[in-house]
Design a binder for this molecule. Structure first.
Ligand code: NAP
Ligand code: 8YV
Length: 309
């Protein structure tokens, strides 16, 4: 008897092939009638691969033992509900650090040097009539990192190589880190040219980048968000970007993905990417392999490689 597994989102082909080899896979995201589907397969499901798991879904799966999330961020899973039901949860840390850090730096460069705008300028033939206006460089600027964790440290290393000064905010000072620590995010924003957001989406970070923080960053300040849209007061950010109260933004994540507000899409001082920071073949393969490893460890009785609950 193979183990029955529920897949809750589209996964990479290599990961889906690995799942199909080992388990009987039921694809919830492809079900035409979700309720009927869950009534039929729910009682047999022992594992989930993917995110978007709330308490109501867990209640439809009485034999559920483990949720293997595809992603380091597990904010789409109700971990308290999982804990209360003795269900384990795993994620995919570390293997995506470099890819995500690269996009954070790419967004900083794209915003400061206006790379998409300069590209359009050349394509539109405007170079033959005029010079492109001056832009600003990153060298010598201060970057405040909100969340100096696994990815934040990789961003810091790259920003240092670009001759930037690094400061950071989190709930704890990290004594082994050489960078200056701020226990107050607003103060850090006031003292920074750039705010790079790379802390997890959670109840404690919801709206943490508030209007006050954005105003402290100011008209010359710029931000990059590679964490989750939920961390920023998106409405305030749009208003400040429109009015010049905030200098610019590079955004890979949004409050209501894949919907990006029209007002944000109209702005010329932003660079927008479709939540693709980890989306390289190498990195997504490694994330998928970690999903498989966690499931395999669980059903072999071995320690979980990357458990969060
Ligand atoms: P991590 O190693 O756990 O680091 C998270 C950092 O955030 C820690 O330094 C932590 O420091 C800080 N933090 C946590 N809660 C905080 C709070 N309430 N206030 C201030 N700081 C807080 O996580 P990671 O592996 O670097 O990943 C970070 C996040 O990036 C993920 O959770 C995910 O949402 C996002 N991500 C996005 C993409 C993408 O495609 N755009 C890809 C990968 C990851 P303290 O404990 O000291 O507070
Ligand atoms: C993925 C991410 O795009 O790891 C994360 O937290 O946001 C990204 O790597 C996402 O999890 C989709 O599976």
């Amino acid at each position: 008897m193979t183990i029955e597994l529920l897949q809750t989102q589209k996964l990479l082909d290599t990961c889906e092939a690995g799942l199909a080899e080992r388990y009987t896979v039921h694809k919830l995201h492809e079900a035409a009638d979700r309720e009927a589907f869950l009534s039929e397969v729910g009682p047999r499901i022992r594992a989930i691969a993917g995110g978007n798991v709330d308490a109501a879904l867990m209640d439809r799966l009485p034999k559920l033992e483990i949720i293997a999330n595809m992603g380091v961020g597990y904010d789409s899973i109700d971990t308290d509900a999982a804990k209360a039901r003795d269900i384990r949860v795993t994620n995919t840390p570390d293997v995506l650090n470099d890819a995500v850090a690269e996009i954070a730096i790419a967004l900083m460069m794209a915003v400061s040097r206006q790379v998409p705008q300069a590209d359009r300028f050349v394509r539109e033939g405007r170079w033959e009539q005029e010079q492109y206006p001056f832009t600003t460089e990153l060298r010598g600027k201060t970057v405040g990192i909100l969340g100096l964790g696994r990815i934040g440290k990789e961003i810091a290393a790259r920003a240092q190589a670009l001759k930037m000064r690094i400061v950071y905010h989190g709930r704890h000072r990290q004594p082994t880190e050489p960078h200056i620590y701020y226990d107050n995010l607003e103060e850090m924003a006031r003292d920074s040219d750039w705010l790079v957001i790379v802390a997890p989406g959670s109840a404690s970070t919801r709206g943490i980048v508030s209007r006050k923080v954005l105003e402290a960053l100011g008209p010359e300040g710029r931000l990059v968000n590679v964490a989750r849209g939920s961390l920023i007061d998106e409405q305030a950010m749009i208003e400040l970007l429109e009015s010049g109260g905030l200098g610019g933004a590079g955004l890979d994540v949004f409050a209501d993905e894949p919907h990006v507000p029209e007002r944000l899409r109209q702005l010329d001082n932003v660079v927008l990417t479709p939540h693709y920071a980890s989306a390289t073949r190498t990195t997504r393969d490694a994330m998928g392999a970690l999903v498989l490893k966690n499931l395999e460890a669980w059903f072999s009785g071995d320690p979980l490689p990357s458990a969060v609950v």
